[in-house]
Design a protein around this ligand. Structure first.
Ligand code: ADP
Ligand code: MG
Length: 341
């Protein structure tokens, strides 16, 4: 197997004394698309800057294509990677010049026009009508696509996209998604993408990491139950969740706490279960089935009154259950399956 494009070991970034990025171990394989999500300030952009060689880690090691990054020429490294910033700006000139600029800086003159036009096509903008347009005539979504086109034109092995879909229209989000996938398809690009739009991201990324206070963790889909909970007998608490139904949980540290239930801790049944030891059986109406990219698992959204619960199951069990939107199902989970905030 070829060496991963990136390998990070015990890598940390500190600002003054504050630890803002803390990655124990992370490998990013060639041609993979890694998605990053997490609250603001959790270190996602910092990681992208490290991967773009714009930020030197305070400690730990960073390998790029099998070699320690510090042993390589920094300029040569930076040329392997392009970073599309969260708020990309365009040069105050035509769309064509915006895209051609990076190529000219790198001394690429041959086939310049073809490369610019092809990049525009990749982001779904027709070269005939857009190449000559001035930057200020573009909508927000178009400007974002031109900014991406200018990075795609460089055809670097690595593309880092920081919240490419923030504030763009739905149509542009779809085009940004297909542009990202085409970069991998056409020249085997490796991508790392940050987004808050999980629906979009789950269609783009092969693998998702959830950032929390500088640390990447496995991404799990969770259901959230905000307290208060009400004390019951036998060391249990309960909560009404809509549609006249309630759930029980083993006792939280305090009744006001929020409980989290992993989507994969829910089993799904079509008929009401009889005499099971599982403490919770919630009747839901199926709203949506979607494929989780990379894992191949199916995410099943079911409504119970105003509340939407998500269960995660394998594709074969989803097929066996034969569920379709609108059908009724039972979500089963243990009282002890909750994690407390
Ligand atoms: P995210 O992209 O997940 O929102 P960032 O990586 O931008 O998070 O930021 C992580 C933390 O590092 C935040 O607390 C932020 O305030 C801090 N930070 C980012 N850049 C700097 C900087 N240049 N100097 C000091 N603190 C910074
Ligand atoms: Mg950020």
């Amino acid at each position: 197997m070829s060496a991963p494009v990136y390998r990070l070991e015990n890598l940390q970034v500190r600002y003054k004394d504050r630890l803002v990025l803390d990655v124990e171990h992370l490998e990013i394989g060639e041609g993979s698309i890694l998605g990053l999500e997490g609250p603001n300030g959790s270190g996602k952009s910092t990681l992208l800057r490290v991967l773009a060689f714009l930020e030197t880690p305070s400690s730990g090691s960073l390998h790029f294509m099998g070699s320690p990054a510090e042993s390589c020429d920094l300029l040569a490294l930076r040329r392997q990677v392009t970073l599309l910033l969260q708020d990309p700006y365009l040069l105050r000139t035509s769309v064509f010049e915006n895209i051609a600029y990076g190529l000219k800086v790198r001394g690429i003159r041959e086939g310049l026009k073809d490369r610019v036009f092809h990049s525009l096509e990749l982001v779904g903008l027709s070269p005939a009508s857009f190449a000559g347009r001035p930057w200020k005539s573009l909508s927000g979504g178009e400007a974002r696509r031109v900014a991406l086109a200018s990075r795609l034109a460089l055809r670097t092995p690595v593309l880092l996209l920081d919240e490419p879909t923030a504030g763009v229209d739905a149509g542009s989000a779809v085009l940004l998604k297909s542009a990202a996938l085409k970069a991998r398809e056409e020249w085997g690009a490796t991508l790392v993408v940050v987004s808050h739009d999980m629906a979009w991201m789950s269609q783009v990324a092969d693998r998702l990491l959830a950032f929390q206070e500088g640390r990447p963790g496995r991404y799990v889909v969770q259901n959230r139950f905000e307290g208060p909970w009400f004390e019951q007998e036998g060391g249990l608490v309960s909560m009404k969740i809509g549609d006249g139904q309630s759930i029980v949980a083993t006792k939280p540290p305090s009744p006001g706490r929020t409980g989290f239930l992993d989507a994969e801790d829910i089993t799904v049944a079509v008929l009401k279960p009889q005499g099971l030891s599982t403490r919770n059986a919630v009747r839901v109406r199926i709203l949506q089935l979607s494929l989780e990219n990379g894992s191949g698992a199916v995410l099943l959204k079911g409504a119970c009154g105003d509340r939407i619960l998500t269960a995660r199951l394998t594709r074969s069990s989803a097929a066996e259950l034969g569920l379709v939107p609108g059908s009724e199902a039972w979500f089963l989970f243990k009282a002890s399956a909750f994690q407390w905030e």
